[in-house]
Design a protein around this ligand. Structure first.
Ligand SMILES: [Zn+2]
Ligand SMILES: [Zn+2]
Length: 364
């Protein structure tokens, strides 16, 4: 039996649809059929040439699938079985470097990925953009009953990204549950999930700030738990900063979460924080240029500025757990997907690049 793969052919080239024979997984691996695979901002950056990516590979790192084959030994070892729906985490930290040894494997300096192999080499389906994928069984996170796997694919990477940022804030001594006012900059998938996370943690004021004007995104942010949504284009920085000050007795926000990717968000984020405020910055994923800041603010406000890029296996578990505990969000999240067949990957990318969809998924 053969299945389709969307093969990355280098920056700005169309993907090629190829068919490869399905083979049994090697020991330690599972073979999974596609349920849904997300198109991430990272993939858009790779396809646009802003981030590196080798041609003749399958990119895509947000694969949610159903296990079709796994050895009895691996099944026992990892608590997985045929028929289980899983998220496949592509990260392979070295477990030896200083970062890994001190519990920071998300920032491993020798990080490898499961999706790196050439499509010419069996089992061909190394990455996420295909009707099948093969991955180490130890990289699979089981999706529990009662949580729709396709819906889970929508935030399969944005949610762990957001959760890891929050976990680094917690590590720095910030207790999210004690925060009264948080601002999320940017209404992409990471920003949207950060809103849902803060709202479910009981944060009183969850303020979303988007760049443009988009009634659909504004409604979505509110639906996910934002108490107030601003548009920089309509409202302007001065008005937003003033209202946040009024809301916080002149102090400023306790926490700002940068998920816009726009460098200009940084000086504004620093401005609206209170003294000892926390700035979590997972959003600046590609080099979008430089911006002027006044470093004095960091000193005088004694800010925490916390960068966060990759996530760990446990953050994916945290996401699945979050979904299991928040069933009221499932329908709202499920509505965010626009689905394309694997063979329509080029159309999916065109629409994702044009920001037509909130979340683009490839399905079988
Ligand atoms: Zn991603
Ligand atoms: Zn390491």
């Amino acid at each position: 039996m053969k299945a389709k793969a969307a093969v990355f052919m280098g920056a700005n080239n169309p993907f090629e649809i190829r068919e490869y024979e399905l083979i049994p997984p090697k020991p330690g691996y599972a073979k999974m059929s596609l349920i849904a695979s997300g198109v991430c901002g990272t993939d858009i950056h790779i396809h646009s040439g802003r981030l590196g990516g080798a041609p003749n590979t399958m990119i895509g790192h947000e694969f949610v699938g159903r296990i079709e084959e796994i050895s009895e030994e691996d099944s026992k070892k990892y608590g997985l079985k045929v028929g289980d729906a899983v998220i496949s985490d592509i990260a392979v930290p070295c477990c030896k470097c200083l970062l890994c040894e001190t519990g920071d494997d998300a920032n491993c300096v020798n990080m490898a990925v499961t999706s790196a192999g050439s499509v010419d080499d069996a089992p061909h389906f190394h990455g996420g953009y295909g009707e099948y994928s093969y991955a180490p069984a130890g990289n699979l996170i089981k999706i529990p009953e009662g949580v729709d796997p396709k819906m889970t694919a929508i935030f399969a990477c944005p949610a762990p990204t957001a959760i890891h940022g929050f976990s680094l804030a917690e590590k720095a001594g910030v207790d999210i549950k004690t925060i009264k006012t948080a601002v999320v900059q940017g209404l992409g998938p990471v920003g949207c999930f950060a809103i849902a996370y803060l709202a479910s943690a009981g944060v009183e004021n969850v303020i979303a700030v988007s760049g443009g004007v988009d009634a659909q995104k504004e409604a979505l942010a509110k639906d996910l738990g934002a108490t107030k949504v601003y548009s920089l284009k309509n409202d302007g920085e001065e008005k937003i900063a003033g209202e946040i000050k009024d809301m916080t007795n002149g102090l400023g926000a306790d926490l700002v979460y940068e998920a816009s990717g726009n460098p200009k968000a940084i000086p504004f984020g620093m401005d609206i924080l209170r003294n000892r405020g926390v700035y979590v910055v997972p959003g600046q994923y590609s080099d979008s240029g430089a911006v002027e800041i006044r470093p004095q603010i960091i000193t005088f406000k004694a800010l925490h500025i916390i960068g966060s890029s990759q996530y760990s296996f446990c953050d994916v578990e945290g996401y699945v757990d979050f979904l299991a505990k928040n069933p009221a969000l499932h329908e709202k999240i499920a509505a965010l997907a626009t689905c394309y067949k694997v063979e329509d990957v080029n159309k999916a990318f065109e629409d994702a690049k044009a920001r037509k969809n909130i979340k683009t998924l490839l399905v079988k």
